[in-house]
Ligand binder design. Structure first.
Ligand code: ATP
Length: 501
């Protein structure tokens, strides 16, 4: 990460805390690595993103390939399921990231998060770095430890692709001598707990590492209880838990997070067109929330990096400041084949196939899964909104799309005197059923504008003496800081137009 981007992330984290978006969990006890709490504004922002996804998936799903609305139903399944579920899904045995320890620095690394530079001429040691290390940082270390060789004198490989026999020739990321890395060990990322009063392996259960399993377990229940026909989707939003080795980059990689997942069930022969359809839909979703195309990147995941169940995955990546100028994953769109239904059918002994009446045949549908992190999406929205502007008192404002802004408007009586406060209260009562609005009475107006800029409120309505005379208010636009007067009784219509478009 460049110094500039490091500072940017620091500023974002500090604004999030100062203004009540995101706090470290257990802050007063010194925090707990990988866990975060969403404050008064953070929870509004997260709910806005969640509700918009739910709306676009379940309430008003897109028009399908034939121009008619597709069918998607919702679900809210349990976080803890029968442990057999995770045997079937492969998580009990396979949800492992190979990890290596450094005997010298005592640090632990995820092998696929370490990149190794191997000298092209075969002379000297290979050097390991964090996969996000900046070129300048690498060059600096090479100067010291590799006889002034430069990056172009090396080939790059991920540590998990290097045979253990070669480990003695690698200088670990935080040391100066070679041979301190241990053999990779497998580490299951599922959180374990016990269910019921008796402790022991009978009652051992797991917190789900992804929400989609509950969808597959309920495939038959949904088929039997609703009128859905393939192709159709089941959508779910909820918490997921992964004991990540190195939680980092603020809420980007946490141990407790939220996912928004759609499992789209279709016939195998229709997979290519539905896959393209979902990539396009999901891209449009992010664009409509104010993430510009230039900040998105679509990674067709190379075959060797695909999950065991997937034959094709496209990662929608966003240029997070800590990854810049590169990108990191925001959402994955995976073709999961019929792996999950096949596995759950086998492990449960229950038939999960679909009967197609028109074709008179039974089959296990294939699945396309757009899976996105709700909390990671929140981080993308905050990073994108963060705008430095030295020409305003706050020095920075959050340029949220109005539909995502935690507060849609602030109502500001010019003074704390009753003739300003009372009409302000009246306007607040008129608006609050439809919009999340702030009534802010204290401090001088400049400070109040600055606060609203920093929390990304798109509009401020000021009640002043003119309001008493002609029933008009000042509207201040967050981005342009321009002010105009509109009639008091047009405020609601104004907000509707700006927010719902
Ligand atoms: P990685 O390889 O980076 O660990 P992944 O590819 O395993 O992640 P998926 O299993 O595809 O991630 O998860 C789907 C989505 O869930 C991701 O695109 C991301 O938005 C979100 N997600 C996954 N892990 C985390 C996490 N630890 N913290 C926050 N969000 C996460």
């Amino acid at each position: 990460m460049s110094d500039q981007m490091k500072d940017r992330m620091k500023d974002i984290v500090s604004l999030c805390k100062r203004r009540g978006f995101i706090f470290a969990a257990s802050d007063i006890y010194g925090g707990i690595n990988g866990f975060w709490d969403y404050g008064p504004l953070g929870v509004e922002l997260k709910n806005n993103l969640r509700d918009r996804w739910w709306h676009d998936m379940v309430i008003a799903p897109p028009l399908g390939l034939d121009g008619t609305p597709i069918s998607i139903v919702g679900l809210d399944s349990s976080i803890i399921q029968n442990p057999k579920c995770w045997e079937a899904s492969g998580h009990a045995s396979g949800f492992n990231d190979p990890m290596v320890d450094c005997k010298e620095s005592k640090k632990r690394y995820r092998a696929d998060h370490v990149v190794v530079l191997i000298p092209k001429d075969g002379q000297g040691y290979a050097l390991a770095f964090d996969k996000d290390a900046e070129d300048i940082e690498i060059e600096k270390r090479l100067k010291k430890l590799a006889k002034n060789k430069s990056i172009s004198d090396f080939d790059r490989k991920s540590l998990d692709q290097i045979p253990v026999e070669d480990f003695p020739n690698i200088i670990a990321p935080d040391t100066k001598k070679a041979g301190t890395l241990t053999e990779p060990v497998q580490f299951n990322m599922m959180f374990k707990t016990t269910s019921g009063a008796k402790e022991g392996s009978d009652s051992e259960v797991y917190l789900r590492p992804e929400t989609c399993a509950g969808i597959f377990l309920n495939f038959k229940n949904v088929l039997d209880s609703s009128r859905v026909k393939v192709p159709f989707g089941i959508a779910q939003i909820g918490k997921a838990f992964r004991n990540e080795v190195t939680p980092r980059n603020f809420i980007f990689r946490s141990r407790e997070f939220e996912q928004m997942e759609l499992e789209w069930f279709c016939a195998e022969e229709d997979v290519p067109k539905w896959f393209d359809f979902w990539v396009e839909q999901r891209t449009n979703f992010w664009l409509s929330l104010g993430i510009p195309k230039s900040e998105l990147h679509f990674l067709d995941v190379p075959k060797e990096d695909l999950s065991h169940y997937s034959s094709r995955t496209i990662d929608v990546e966003y240029r997070f400041p800590f990854a810049a100028p590169d990108f990191d994953e925001l959402e994955g769109i995976a073709h999961r084949g019929n792996y999950d239904l096949t596995q759950h059918q086998e492990f449960s002994g229950q038939k999960l196939d679909y009967f197609d009446q028109a074709e008179n045949k039974r089959y296990l549908p294939h699945v396309i899964e757009p899976s996105t992190g709700l909390t990671r999406g929140v981080l993308a929205l905050i990073c994108e909104a963060y705008t430095v502007d030295e020409n305003r008192p706050s020095g920075v404002y959050l340029n949220f799309h109005p539909s995502m802004a935690p507060k849609k408007a602030a109502i500001l009586p010019l003074t704390a005197k009753p003739h300003h406060v009372e009409p302000a209260q009246k306007l607040y009562m008129e608006l609050r059923d439809e919009f999340v609005v702030d009534l802010d009475i204290k401090q001088n107006i400049g400070k109040r504008y600055a606060r609203q800029d920093e929390i990304g409120t798109p509009y401020c309505f000021t009640i002043d003496n003119e309001t008493l005379e002609d029933h008009s208010v000042t509207v201040r636009d967050r981005n342009t800081m321009e002010q105009q007067r509109i009639p008091l009784d047009k405020v609601k219509a104004f907000l509707r137009e700006k927010i719902y478009g």
